[in-house]
Design a protein around this ligand. Sequence first.
Ligand code: ATP
Ligand code: ATP
Ligand code: CA
Length: 218
Amino acid sequence: MKKQFAIIGLGRFGSSMCRELHHMGHEVLAIDHNPKKVEAMEPFSTHTMVLDTTDENNLIRIGIKNFEHVIVAIGENIQASILTVLHLKDLEIPEVWVKAQNSYHHKVLEKIGADRIFHPEEEMGNRIAEFLTSEKVLDYIDLSVDYSIVELLATEKIAGKTLVDLDIRAKYGCTVIAIKQKNKVDVTPDPNETLNKGDILVMIGDKKDLRRFQDGVL
Ligand code: ATP
Ligand code: ATP
Ligand code: CA
């Protein structure tokens, strides 16, 4: 389904979101008060606008109310970010997603009704740290402070064994939700099928348990 998005702030974060959403076929309005940034996004958006979004009248004038989903990616100027979000929530935009600069910014955004708050630098830092500490981790999604989904590479050590042999859920409290092989993904893994070296186990669980499995079994 095609959706309509407005993106305010075309720094690195805002502009990559803009490109990606546009690439996925969504309608994207790209906004920045810097004409150069706006011009650069013209090939990668549906509409563009040079606008200072700290002025509520500007937002009203361009009909921001027609958008269900607005992403605010103004980073360094925290005051401009907060004012913009305040106006958007006053105008009753249902989904306002915001890039936060620090924990104080986050707190204020929460208070004024931001629907989702991102810390891309920290989130990326955590992910990269997780990759760096193990060559067995191929990908990683944070679900919460405690839980995550990881893609783990099956090593020699478990080749020829089954999920039942390894007794993963009982021993480690984690679940294998899919097994990826070269050309296929099995989302209902047969617990009695043998694993091969190079299979990718997609697992969900408590981070400590996943780490325990990774260190003890793989
Ligand atoms: P990134 O790390 O994603 O590159 P950043 O966190 O460094 O971004 P800035 O570069 O400070 O954030 O801001 C992102 C964009 O927001 C800039 O292109 C800036 O011109 C734009 N911006 C700042 N204030 C306003 C405003 N009042 N109205 C519209 N755009 C604004
Ligand atoms: P459970 O009650 O733990 O769900 P079960 O009695 O239904 O297991 P099986 O489904 O045959 O029995 O699985 C036996 C054991 O194999 C499970 O207890 C679990 O440790 C492990 N296992 C099976 N499937 C998975 C899976 N997808 N992810 C992790 N472990 C699994
Ligand atoms: Ca930055």
